[in-house]
Design a protein around this ligand. Sequence first.
Ligand code: AVI
Length: 324
Amino acid sequence: TAKQGIALVDLDEGGVNRAFRKDVLSGLSQPQKAVPARWLYDDAGSQLFEDITGLEEYYPTRAETEILRAEGDTFRQLIGEGRAVVEFGSGSSVKTPLLLSAIAPGAYVPLDIAGDFLRESSAALAKKFPGLPVYPVEADFMGEVQLPSEVRGMKKLGFFPGSTIGNMVARTSVDLLRSMRATLGGTEADRPLLLIGMDLVKDASVLEAAYDDAKGVTAAFNLNLARRINRELEGTLPVESLKHRAVWNDDFARVEMHLEAQRDIAFTVSGESFAMQKGETIHTENSHKFTRRSANLLLLAGGWTPLKRWTDSQGRFSLILAEA
Ligand code: AVI
């Protein structure tokens, strides 16, 4: 069902996030231990991710920004003016303004589950674009979201930059693409558009460096998950005995992040006991990379027809415009 403005974090009597505890306890009980990547983003994790986007080795943000800067005129020709831009996520302070200045939209609707961040970034954006109506919606965009009545009659453009789609396995990303279609609505005669960032397959050494930088910021980002488990779930994970790993999985065309035990360890989380042998890992994130064909196939599976594709000058990252 479509959601809007409901309480999104379910805390127990002790103030513990129930969904986080459930995911961690069940994930640590699997033969290959795994925790869903969305739990990387508490306040500390979100700040570390911001820091990652400025790293020398982490090219995706720069590459995508380069495309947004260079292709403004083409965006305007293909997308037209006056659409309501619905961003899946709170929007970045750089990429979103580039798109909005290029296409002169009729409204901007950012959707995010993190309400505080959403309100802050929306206020900053409204200041930058004084004439533009901004309608932030606090919602989980993985399902269909009810858009504000003010934009109901407008044509829509969905915006999902950053290759965040790559952090999902195919089943989940197809579900999301279909939910986006449902959220954006439209008719045969008035099809919504989607502008989506998808990072490209490239040399494994370049990809692994992007996810294991020399300054150790990505390592800190990954290890923060163990710290968060200790903080919020009364965990006793020995963080100093865990090592950040970034590995290219060629079969699934993705960079995987893991936390690897450097010795045999035993620990508890919310009173439950776990053990890891030296070398065993907790899988914490997938970042899928695409080819032109695999990107098109995924979009088609999700109900979107690719219309146009742009890449940066070094061919590292793609932005695709698709139509429902
Ligand atoms: C948010 N997401 C697209 C990032 C990525 O590249 O997969 C998250 C990230 N993980 C490590 N570095 C960046």
